[in-house]
Ligand binder design. Structure first.
Ligand SMILES: Cc1cc2nc3c(=O)[nH]c(=O)nc-3n(C[C@H](O)[C@H](O)[C@H](O)COP(=O)(O)OP(=O)(O)OC[C@H]3O[C@@H](n4cnc5c(N)ncnc54)[C@H](O)[C@@H]3O)c2cc1C
Length: 387
């Protein structure tokens, strides 16, 4: 993968994380990724290997056993994972590191952190975040799963949809409505669930267009009794915790898209330089190299924007607008790149043995998941009017 090494934003630590991630991909992901796609999951031993190297503690403070890096490191990590050509693997990892486990770090009590974090760091525990429901995705506040107080705990009922790591994950942070009178954003609480709790089950393992090595579940809660000690954060304030972590989640998804797009362009440069038609290579055709060059320019611009946004985030600046712009641009651009790169691979690009075929499918979620493009544009538009 061709990556910037002399960006003003990146220091030696960032480059070391990138280097280590790329090495892990070469050693363990590229050789076996196709089998994981078939199996619909990433083996736990592979995730535990990542844990042993320290990948799951990148954002965890040193006093808790991690290395305490910031959002820029997450962006570099996600970009590198995006180059693997197996984004189902990348999704499995990034949901654990940057979308689910941060909820425990931000809202967990000392006891909860002491109880769960050590195994999260080693990869013995893989986390999931369950917010979306069949009838409420973009409209998070429309969720209907609910929990009622019952003795020293809560009774949880309802279901969740499209939950990454929902089948094989073993610590699930679930959002449910705890105050039916409260409107919209109020009255949502996060709960910590573990497989095996009475009434908690995987309804279906969902079959998907792309990200096939990532497991995706429908989760069912049928009168699950959740002890009060499993409340994560403040009762009725869960919506705000979800929104807060969305910025990190969207930044990481955008950086993943940058890595995917660059890898697709690199594969397509190689292909067009080796493939001949009408007496010259495909790359010799000006129309082809110009279209690739334009996409390369857009990817380079997006990468710089991603690093800049991550840096601002790290400085504690308000980033909802740039993160939303970035996520919208990245989700659309990665699809433009995949379309053109598959096109220039010709018939071979349509074959499942060709990485670009998988990458084309994997990229589609970039404009849908973790805040669809239209929702991102709403966030931007709301913040763009002069008052
Ligand atoms: C593979 C995969 C993995 C996922 N993993 C997780 C996970 O781990 N945890 C989790 O909680 N969720 C997860 N999701 C859910 C994902 O975040 C949602 O699918 C996404 O937010 C979109 O919600 P929706 O599917 O309900 O679509 P909808 O909300 O029904 O949207 C459908 C379309 O309508 C558009 N739209 C909606 N509202 C508006 C509006 N106001 N103005 C204009 N357009 C609008 C949307 O942009 C979209 O294009 C996952 C989804 C997938 C596919």
């Amino acid at each position: 993968m061709s990556m910037t090494t002399n960006s003003i934003f990146l220091n030696e630590d960032h480059l070391a994380v990138r280097e280590q991630t790329l090495r892990f991909i070469d050693d363990f992901v590229r050789p076996d990724g196709a089998q994981w796609e078939e199996a619909g999951m990433v083996p736990r031993e592979v995730l535990q290997k990542m844990g042993a190297i320290g990948f799951f503690g990148l954002r965890v403070p040193e006093r808790l056993g991690g290395v305490g890096y910031g959002p820029l490191t997450s962006a570099v990590f996600a970009e590198a994972l995006g180059s693997s050509t197996y984004s189902g693997f990348a999704a499995t990892v990034l949901v654990h590191t940057d979308m689910a486990s941060p909820h425990l770090l931000h809202a967990g009590t000392e006891e909860q952190i002491a109880r769960y974090l050590p195994r999260i760091l080693t990869g013995e525990t893989i986390t999931a975040i369950a917010v979306t429901e069949a009838d409420a995705g973009s409209d998070v506040a429309g969720m209907r799963s609910s929990a009622k107080r019952d003795g020293d705990g809560w009774r949880l009922n309802g279901s969740k949809m499209f939950i990454t790591n929902g089948v094989h994950g073993n610590l699930i942070f679930v959002a449910a409505r705890t105050n039916p009178q409260a409107s919209g954003h109020q009255g949502i609480t996060m709960f910590i669930l573990e497989p095996g709790m009475d009434g908690f089950s995987v309804g279906r393992k969902l079959d998907k267009h792309g990200w096939r090595s990532s497991d995706t579940a429908e989760l069912i809660f049928d009168d699950v009794w959740v002890p009060a000690e499993n409340i994560l954060g403040e009762v009725d304030k869960g919506f705000y915790a979800i929104m807060e972590n969305f910025q990190n989640e969207r930044l990481v998804l955008a950086a993943l898209a940058v890595g995917e797009a660059q890898e697709a362009l690199d594969l397509t440069y190689d292909h067009t330089q080796n493939r001949t038609a009408f007496g010259a290579t495909l790359f010799d055709k000006q129309t082809i190299r110009h279209r690739l060059a334009m996409l390369q320019g857009r990817v380079d611009a997006l990468r710089t924007f991603a690093y800049d946004t991550a840096w601002r985030f790290e400085q504690g600046q308000e980033v909802v607008k740039p993160v939303s712009e970035l996520k919208a641009l990245a989700g659309e651009l990665v699809n433009d790149v995949m379309y053109t790169c598959q096109q220039f691979h010709g018939g071979m690009g349509y074959m499942t043995e060709s990485p670009i075929e998988r990458m084309y499918r994997d990229a589609r979620i970039g404009a849908i998941g973790g805040g669809a493009t239209e929702i991102m544009l709403e966030e931007v538009a709301k913040r763009s009017y002069r008052q």
